[in-house]
Design a protein around this ligand. Sequence first.
Ligand SMILES: *Cc1c(COP(=O)(O)O)cnc(C)c1O
Length: 373
Amino acid sequence: MTTGVRIPFGDLARQAAALDPELTDALLRVARGGWYVLGAEVAAFEAEFARFCGAEAAVGVASGAEALYLALAALDVGPGDEVITVANACVYQAAAILQAGARPVFVDIDPASHNLDPALIEAAISPRTKVIMPVHLYGRAADMAAIWAIARRYGLQVVEDAAQAHGARYDGPDGAPVGGGASALTCWSFYPSKNLGALGDGGALTTGSAELATRLRRLRMYGWGEKYIASEPGGRNSRLDELQAAALRVKLRHLANWNQARRERAAWYRELLAGLPLELPADTPGHVYHLFVVQCDQRDDLRRHLLAAGIGCDVHYPLPAHLQPAYAALGYQRGHLPHSERAAARLLSFPLFPELTRAEVEEVARAVRSFFA
Ligand SMILES: *Cc1c(COP(=O)(O)O)cnc(C)c1O
């Protein structure tokens, strides 16, 4: 029995409608301008995004996956090296690490935050460890103060995966923006559904190092230091195009408001779902709710119930990276990362986007309550 989708999990057309004519003006400006790849729009977006993050520089690339790979390449991570990361954020990190020729070493999460548990990092460090790669999952910053302290003590680099955390703030009294901290590099995706999304694929890295930014600008385009002259072997084509940069410049101006709207909708859910046998995400100040993820023992039944009621929902993510068939050769088994594994069986993401109305949130909450009634 299906009633069709009444409340979508996401609806980017609502955002596009609200941005018309700003967005169409920007796109036509590029179309008429005659310069389509790595031009004035990309340079302007890089400067604006760097300022937004409090970083020295931003470098636009083709996607979030490319940003993760290029970060490792720019830090000379390769065969024989190990990168410590999480297994609960799909396979994005493990894929980039393998592509760089290195080995992912998975560490379990803090079940309260879904982020890398800093208390487990030291036991995973070996003489081969080169990088720690935390993810700010669902829009909540990882415990970076603790991670930076460990990295300093062991002489390791930090690469942050901030693909779900545009505009998020680190914990702590200063609450500095994610991407402008003490890490070597922070990686961003502008996949359309992210908090800051392009009209197609896009990505970026932010850094406090002008040297790393220069190196990334070579690596994203055939290793060229100047036109047709390679100063790095083995670069690739990982460019951001002008249409995407122009769209991102329009959207960046709205990001802070959108994140505020996401926080407001998360607060509505918290109010309307109180008292149910559901674990709701903790309300932390810098959280930008890329996703609103609850946990529940009857996850699969609740999911079926909501889908049958026409309410979009999804699981982020159903199978941790260390148990994915393609990564079996790494030698992990069920039981190695108990918190990641338990969460994967209990997670459910509810609709949450800035244009979602109060009436829609109420309807989702009613449907959830009827499941437990
Ligand atoms: C979306 C995402 C990526 C990959 O970004 P793409 O632009 O789709 O390549 C990487 N890491 C995380 C945490 C993501 O959510």
